[in-house]
Design a protein around this ligand. Structure first.
Ligand code: 2HA
Ligand code: ZN
Length: 273
């Protein structure tokens, strides 16, 4: 299987990009211990079958994902560290294939005797629910990143920041690029048990209107077409939160861009920088 992965240039390139971004998450201090997870819909990169799936173990899913039937995903492993993924992506992530009935998945990147403990991220329900929503609307996003951005987690601890309006005023107001690259603003999910189907369902609602969603007192989820685009969205949102905290720590509340400055940006860069 390792050979088949390495011979597929598109897949190999994607895995190298995931490893690069995993390194950034670690370097930024957003990925303590095994924090964070990444999934990529790699289905369009696989020509025909990667292997005979029946050779590989099958695991039940908590929900059924009909739009994802027979599709392939590259998913980081549960308990695995981003800093290790950066160095050895194939040892710290798996390729899975959803079964025909979309109720289970095969882990096809490893033989069952190879490393029996290598399983997908604990946030798999949220990742698959989002991939399913993207497939339903025919979206082109392939990548989902979850990470624990310090400033964004800190922001959601403030009793003043429980409203999406307030959070987005800060995100957009601190720097012109936020309005240009995150024009739909960020979504907000109140604290719910991580890894649950409940948090997956609440996150889905927010992804109807946003490409970046904050999880209260936990972290952030983002979707994008490429691994780098998805990372960049999180980085831009993080930058705004960082500027806000820098001003507050310096003893003043930042003025923020005015409503007319924001509207001007929105109009001018509606299709990007
Ligand atoms: O992968 O970040 O939310 C560990 C986590 C769970
Ligand atoms: Zn997390």
């Amino acid at each position: 299987m390792k050979n088949k992965i390495n011979q597929n240039r598109g897949l190999k390139k994607t895995i190298i990009q995931v490893a690069e971004v995993a390194g950034y998450l670690w370097q930024k201090g957003w990925a303590e211990r095994n924090a964070g997870n990444i999934s990529v819909n790699i289905d369009q990169l696989i020509d025909g079958e990667l292997d005979d799936v029946n050779k590989y173990p099958v695991f039940e899913l908590p929900e059924t994902y009909p739009q994802l039937a027979n599709k392939y995903f590259f998913v980081t492993g549960t308990g695995k560290r981003m800093r290790d993924l950066a160095r050895a992506p194939q040892k710290n992530a798996i390729i899975l294939k959803i079964t025909k009935d979309a109720k289970s998945y095969h882990i096809i990147s490893r033989h069952k005797l190879d490393e029996p403990d290598l399983r997908p991220t604990s946030e798999l329900p949220t990742h698959l629910a989002i991939h399913q929503q993207i497939a339903e609307r025919g979206g082109s996003e392939k990548v989902i990143i979850h990470t624990h951005v310090n400033e964004l987690v800190a922001l959601t601890h403030s009793p003043d920041m429980k409203s999406k309006n307030r959070v987005n005023n800060i995100i957009w107001g601190m720097h012109p690029e936020a309005m240009v690259f995150i024009p739909r603003g960020v979504g907000f999910v109140p604290y719910v048990m991580p890894g649950s189907v409940e948090i997956a369902n609440l996150t889905l609602i927010e992804f109807q209107n946003h490409d970046v969603v904050l999880w209260e007192k936990h972290g952030v989820f983002a979707i994008g077409e490429s691994v780098f685009d998805t990372f960049d969205s999180i980085d831009i949102v993080s930058k705004s939160a960082k500027i806000w905290f820098t001003c507050m720590q310096a003893g003043f509340e930042p003025e923020g861009l005015s409503e007319s400055q924001l509207q001007e940006l929105k109009a001018k860069f509606a299709s990007g920088f």
